[in-house]
Design a protein around this ligand. Sequence first.
Ligand code: COA
Length: 172
Amino acid sequence: MPARQGQRAVPDDFRIVHLADVPEAIPILVRWFVEEWEPYYGPDGPGDAERDLTACCNRDELPVGLLALDGEGKVVGTAALKSESVETHRHLSPWLAALVVARDRRGERIGSVLVTAVEDEARRLGFDSLYVAEDSSSGIMPRQGWIPMKEGVPSLRDPMTIYRRDFSPRTP
Ligand SMILES: CC(C)(COP(=O)(O)OP(=O)(O)OC[C@H]1O[C@@H](n2cnc3c(N)ncnc32)[C@H](O)[C@@H]1OP(=O)(O)O)[C@@H](O)C(=O)NCCC(=O)NCCS
């Protein structure tokens, strides 16, 4: 797949695009969501992965879905900027959510690139901070400069930690 105008170049031949540009990727992502968040998106869970992903096909309003594509145009990761995420913390917004990297491509910094891309989207859309909820199986956020603000938040999987990323300039 040729790079489109305005696409961000990222290391190692990956590039980040809006999910809205490649909606045909949704069935792959639905499979990943069910694998990763089975209690929520599995057949017995309350979630609907296809509905949530379709809702993320926006560019300039939330929710905004992003995809990481490899040099051959294959989908290798996804993440989203959403107005809400954790049910118990609806007063916080916006959120980095739905971060998943293809199981056979983990450890190649694709997740880190996606986190940075969602931060860039949040800044582009005028937000001065961003939140994420991460469970202990991931461990990626503290390495990216995010500050933990609440631990032990219950979820359908393991307890989560909520992290905050602040973009506003520091006061002296
Ligand atoms: C979490 C996830 C997105 C990481 O993607 P990735 O492309 O493998 O991550 P990266 O290669 O960019 O790794 C970034 C850092 O996090 C660390 N890391 C990644 N996965 C980790 C894990 N499971 N446990 C502990 N540390 C981890 C890496 O060692 C790396 O550390 P470094 O910067 O010190 O080298 C991926 O494992 C995944 O899709 N997990 C399932 C879904 C999930 O848990 N999503 C997170 C919700 S917030």
